[in-house]
Design a protein around this ligand. Structure first.
Ligand code: TMP
Length: 204
């Protein structure tokens, strides 16, 4: 089973992905927890390149770098883990590209779909957990938890509001795959909602 987490900056998806991995392991499942961009050595190197504060790329180059990282990750990490019947939990995947490079950056959705199809080879998550949070609250969390920021976090609030809307629009178009979770709840409340959504889709 392939599960992805999506959401804006500071939505808590990394924490929740880790909690879900622990809960599934406790329930007896083999779990591979990973992230994008990244998740294998070559893709982590692309991540470094993308987030280096001195380096900027055109939007098209950014899309292609995200896709290059994804192609490596899908081929070298995700598909082999799924073939071993592990549950793969990935912190961000294709939805982030549609939303950040598409809704946020303004790239055409058809172009993103074409590039992403090459990167994924058609792999689509079985379940996507969208952690929805007011972007001002998310940025506040980042500022107060001392998490390190990258040049992607430091864009204006209006950009983050566009990202939130973009994710919600994608969820409205694919309600069978994307479950919207209210990320303003306590971490325990968010975890409970996630566990319910996962349980509904797999025999635990
Ligand atoms: P995060 O995983 O720590 O939240 O940060 C990853 C950043 O990369 C985040 O700002 C979203 C961005 N991103 C894209 O713009 N497009 C993508 O396809 C992916 C996977 C991430």
């Amino acid at each position: 089973m392939f599960i992805t987490f999506e959401g804006g900056e500071g939505s808590g998806k990394t924490t929740q992905a880790t909690l879900l991995a622990t809960a599934l392991r406790t329930a007896g499942h083999a779990v591979h927890l990973t992230r994008e961009p990244g998740g294998c050595p070559a893709a982590e190197a692309v991540r470094q390149l993308l987030f280096a504060s001195h380096q900027t790329f055109t939007l098209t180059a950014e899309l292609l770098l995200m896709a290059a990282a994804r192609a490596e990750h899908v081929t070298r990490t995700i598909r082999p883990a799924l073939a071993r019947r592990e549950v793969v939990i990935c912190d961000r995947f294709s939805d982030s590209t549609y939303v950040y490079q598409g809704c946020g950056g303004g790239l055409d959705a058809a172009l993103i779909a074409a590039v992403d199809a090459v990167a994924t080879g058609g792999l689509v998550p079985d379940l996507t957990l969208l952690l929805d949070l007011d972007p001002a609250a998310g940025l506040h969390r980042i500022a107060t938890t001392g998490r390190s920021t990258n040049r992607f976090d430091t864009r204006p609030l209006a950009f983050h509001a566009t990202i939130r809307d973009g994710f919600l629009q994608r969820a409205a178009k694919a309600p069978e795959r994307i479950v919207v979770v209210d990320a303003s709840q306590t971490a325990e409340g968010v975890m409970a909602a996630i566990w319910q959504a996962v349980q509904a889709r797999m025999v635990l």
